[in-house]
Every structure is written in C-alpha cells, then in structure tokens.
Design a protein around this ligand. Structure first.
Ligand code: SAM
Length: 278
C-alpha cells in the first residue's frame, strides 16, 4: 500500500552563508523528506535585506568591547518578508509556528524539543555570527533561543543543520520504518510504551541498545549468541539490559527520569555491583 503524506513542515533558515546548506540539505533523510514533499526548506540570504553598497549585516557593539554584532534591520526585514503569524499568536501557540534564534545562551536542544519542533507547520531558524545578534531580535521577533550544546560555535549554521536533521527525521513518513524513530536513544518512555508490544525492547528514555549485523563472526569478534538464538523474549530482555548498561555507564543522569520496572531495578543493581567489582 502506498502511503500519502502531506507537506508537514516548512522551514526557513536565515543566514549570511546560504551556500553552507548545500551539503546538509542534499543528503540522506533530510533530502528524502524534501523530495517526498514532507518538508520544504528555504534558505534566506540575510544580505539580500540590506540597502547599502557593501551589503552590511554587522556593526560595532554599543558600550564597546570585542567583535561585531548582527544588526537588527536586515533580520527584522527578512522576518517580516516571511509573512509569519503575529508573535503573540505564536507565543500563545494559537498557530503552529516558531521562530528560533540559534544561540549558545539558548535552551539546550534535546529529543523532546526536536519532537516539539517537528509538530510545527512552520519553523524559522535564525543563524547568528560574529559576537552574536542584536538582542532586540531575541526580545521582539524570536520565540525562543536554542543551543545545540555547551560550547561556542562561530555561527548558527551548523546548529541550524543539526536541528533540521533532528526534526526532519521525526516527520511522519520520513523514515522508511516508522518504528525506528520510536525506538531510538532518548525517545520518551510514553512514546515507546504507546507503540505496541514490538517496541518493548526500545530504549524508552534510555540510550539505545547495541546493534550488530553480518558477519556473525568478524575476525574472531562474535555477535552475542542470544541475537542469533531466534528467542524473541530473550532478545528483548538482553536489549533492555544492554540499554540499561550503556545508560548507566555513559549517561546515568537519564536514569532519574525513566520509569523502571522491578526487573530493570534488579538489573541495574546487578550491573552496579559488577562495575564495582571490576
Ligand atoms: N558571544 C556569544 C556567547 O558568548 O554566547 C557567542 C557568539 S557565537 C561566536 C556566534 C553565533 O554562533 C551565535 O550568535 C549563534 O547563532 C551561534 N552559536 C554559537 N554557539 C552555539 C551553540 N552552542 N548553539 C547554537 N548556536 C550557537
């Protein structure tokens, strides 16, 4: 059966480096989502909204200090040209639109925020540069500031590409197999629980379990026996244990917010004891 999906999202990216996005948008799932009409992504060159001979987008900061700052005029004009809903309506969520300013000072991107953005009809991403963006953009046109991690990049373009990739793969129909997005690392427990018995091995807020493919014996490195046993209950149990193990080792903070079964709690206790002994 052929499934027909409607265009689910339009994204606009505002940047002084429009050519940057040729790579990220022309590969993999993002490209496929656009070709399937699930997403429509437009790049806007901020310099086209300047009015001087040098197409100036930046200026010195008031109060002195290092570097240059992206000026408000081109950004406001660019955003006005996008015919978005009024900011009050966006803030009150009366329309499914959001204007995101990429900023190291923003709320940190995670899977839940990616899912929230993927549910929108319209997403606008503003890429900063230099020392940042005139604060009136954050105060008067952006709905939120988003950071992709606690480090400073030279510009918002890579951050915008990261958001686009995290979001487009969540659009219904973008992944060949709908179940894969539900069973990945960080996927909320409720999403996994709601998706039926096949997903019980899914991570549900934990990190994903390890994956293997052929050959079963590669240079003496063998695939865990259980995975070729054909025993699906055993496989589920093993995957759950390995997801718990990886989360305990690499991201113990996630365990605070994952609902754990009695069996999970026993497994974790055992894993902690084994780790202490080794
Ligand atoms: N002065 C700013 C600060 O200390 O927070 C850093 C500005 S940074 C050099 C220039 C631009 O890169 C920012 O305006 C923002 O758009 C982008 N940027 C830098 N780090 C980022 C991050 N972690 N997440 C998202 N965008 C980032």
């Amino acid at each position: 059966m052929v499934k027909i999906y409607k265009v689910t999202m339009r994204a606009d990216i505002v940047t002084i480096f429009p050519g940057f996005f040729r790579g990220p948008l022309e590969h993999g799932i993002t490209r496929r989502a656009c070709e399937m009409g699930l997403a429509q992504i437009k790049i806007h060159d901020l310099r086209e909204f300047t009015h001087d001979r040098h197409r100036t987008v930046d200026d010195r900061p008031f109060g002195g200090g290092e570097g240059m700052v992206l000026k408000p005029e081109p950004l406001f004009e660019c955003l006005e040209s996008l015919a978005l809903a009024a900011r009050e309506d966006r803030a009150a969520r009366r329309v499914r639109q959001s204007v995101v300013l990429l900023s190291a000072q923003g709320a940190r991107l995670n899977q839940a925020l990616a899912a929230e953005l993927a549910a929108l009809d319209r997403l606008v991403l503003i890429c900063g540069r230099y020392e940042g963006v005139d604060e009136r953009v954050a105060d008067f046109i952006a709905d939120r500031e988003v950071s992709i991690g606690d480090y400073v990049l030279s510009g918002g373009e890579i951050a915008a590409a990261v958001i686009i990739e995290a979001v487009t793969r969540l659009l219904p129909g973008a992944l060949g197999n709908e179940a894969s997005a539900r069973q990945e690392s960080f996927t909320a427990h409720e999403v996994v629980a709601a998706s039926g018995p096949d997903s019980t091995c899914g991570s549900g807020g934990l990190l994903d379990y390890p994956h293997y493919t052929r050959p079963a014996d590669f240079r003496g490195m063998k695939v865990p026996e259980v995975l070729i046993s054909g025993n699906h209950d055993e496989i589920r149990r093993w995957r759950r244990e390995r997801a718990l193990k990886k989360t305990l080792r690499n991201r113990p903070d996630l365990l605070q917010s994952v609902p754990l079964s009695a069996e999970d709690t026993r497994t974790l206790r055992r894993l902690k004891e084994t780790e202490q002994d080794s």
